[in-house]
Design a protein around this ligand. Structure first.
Ligand SMILES: Nc1nc2c(c(=O)[nH]1)N[C@H]1C(S)=C(S)[C@@H](COP(=O)(O)O)O[C@H]1N2
Ligand SMILES: [Mo]
Length: 452
């Protein structure tokens, strides 16, 4: 195995790849453009709390065609990046290129072998605690070893070659004749401590030390083991719950990669971990309520809106600022929905919701008596009393089942039929601000009267 291509230089790929590259000049890196730029300029640096700190300057690229064609590909990226990575590497594969995956999750090898061929794949599990400090800089705290195995369990020459590569690089590399079991054992640990550290917003110790969480952790592991058996015919030992707790004592002070991802605002691997258990459990009739709960909690803690979806922000004299998208507005109380505003306003066409419905949702500060509707650009505003807004205000958010058109004042437009002033009909409403007393009002001094 002459040429080695490491994919990714994150906490896993960066650590193992840098070690390999230090002793082997045939290790190159396939990286995202941002990381590639950092590594090309400053090299790849490992700062270790327990071992050596060093920088290597390996060849890297964002396009695999720009790197030597590899005999061995090592995947060190997150499971959710797999589809994109497979697209990239498929064209550069030679008939006997070997692929080793060090990723979390129990589906990686299956996905790889279905798309790229069973013979290529060597399974791996990484045991390491490290973090990306910045692109091209990895902070290493604990462990740093791998277990590898052929999917069929044999000790093949190439398996020994891969082991030798790691050993030359100073990385402990163990062989197993049951890599699937090794992956599922790590899966048990991951399914317990990744979500629990996020939910508890703390380290592994916090979960270990709460007596109430002991049965919860045991149940999570039993559900994972039941799915491993039902869906994959992988039998795990009955004492897995105790083992998972035992392994964790030396990891008491760490957070987990899911915790780090969550804190950094990155996507988590929940779908490949607990979410996967739930999905397979459903397919095979294995109940997994604890994993279902954790999956839902983690998803619930992630940011939700797609950033491009337009929203109206409600703020000012409120206990809690809120954002309303078109979907949110359509879900407000049915009794306040106006399916056809044309019935109350002759020249308008569209769907809206009475401002009353928004008042039912927000919690106002005591004494709040005015509300100002601002256009998105902040240039136009109309300030009315709470009573006026409650009695006359309608927020248009839809027309013919689509977004309320911009040329009519969309995506959100206030209309106030009956108020007697067309100037209050703010187009492109972006912010609704509550206040005590009058606030900013850019309406022209002469009211444009509506026809009666
Ligand atoms: N964002 C924004 N909304 C606005 C205005 C404006 O300049 N900017 N003009 C107001 C005035 S003065 C009037 S009379 C009405 C005109 O609405 P129309 O263009 O639908 O007839 O919109 C009101 N809403
Ligand atoms: Mo106006």
């Amino acid at each position: 195995m002459q040429e080695i291509m490491m994919i990714g230089a994150g906490s896993v790929g960066g650590y193992f790849g840098a070690h390999l590259a230090r002793t082997n000049s045939h290790v190159s890196f396939l990286l995202r453009p941002k990381t590639h730029a950092a590594v090309a300029n400053n090299g790849l640096t490992i700062r270790s709390a327990i071992g050596e700190s060093f920088t290597v300057r390996p060849p890297s690229a964002s396009n695999p065609q720009d790197l030597p064609q590899p005999d061995l590909i090592i995947l060190g990226v997150k499971a959710y990046d797999l589809p994109e990575v497979m697209d990239q590497i498929e064209p550069i594969l030679m008939p006997d290129t070997t692929i080793l995956s060090l990723q979390n999750g129990v589906t990686i090898e299956d996905t790889l072998k279905m798309r790229l061929g069973r013979e290529r794949i060597v399974g791996g599990v990484a045991f390491i605690y490290s973090k990306i400090s910045e692109p091209g800089v990895i902070d290493h705290y604990k462990k740093g070893m791998v277990t590898i195995g052929e999917l069929m369990g044999f000790e093949t020459p190439r398996l020994l070659e891969v082991q030798a590569l790691f050993k030359e690089a100073g990385i402990p590399c163990f062989l197993t004749d049951d890599i699937r079991k090794a992956k599922w054992e790590k899966m048990c640990w991951n399914c317990v401590f990744n979500p629990l550290t996020v939910v508890l917003n703390d380290s592994v110790a916090k979960a270990l030390d709460a007596p109430e969480l002991q049965p919860v952790m045991a149940t999570i592991v039993r559900e994972v083991a039941a799915v491993a058996m039902a869906a994959h015919r992988v039998p795990l030992e009955g004492d897995m719950p105790e083992k998972v707790v035992k392994w964790s004592q030396e990891l008491r002070d760490i957070h987990t990669s899911m915790y780090d991802d969550w804190k950094a605002g990155r996507p988590t691997e929940i779908d490949e971990l607990n979410g996967y258990i739930v999905k397979r459990g459903q397919e095979f009739g294995v109940p997994t309520p604890m994993n279902e709960m954790l999956t839902a909690l983690i998803k619930g803690m992630m940011p939700h809106e797609s950033p491009n979806e337009p929203v109206v922000v409600v703020e000012g004299a409120v206990q809690q600022p809120l954002k309303f998208s078109r979907t949110h507005l359509s879900q407000l109380a049915l009794e306040h929905q106006i399916s056809d505003v044309g019935r109350v306003m002759s020249n308008m066409h569209g769907t809206g919701v009475k401002f009353k419905a928004i008042l039912d949702v927000v919690t106002l500060h005591l004494g709040t008596d005015h509300v100002t509707f601002f256009s998105q650009d902040g240039k136009y505003s109309a300030c009315v009393t709470l009573e006026q807004a409650r009695e006359f205000g309608i927020l248009l958010y839809e027309q013919d089942g689509g977004i309320f058109p911009a040329e009519r004042g969309g995506p959100f437009r206030l209309v106030t039929p009956g108020l007697g002033d067309l100037c209050a009909n703010v187009k492109q409403v972006g912010r609704i601000v509550f206040s005590k007393g009058l606030a900013q009002d850019s309406r022209p001094p002469e009211a444009c009267e509506e026809e009666r």
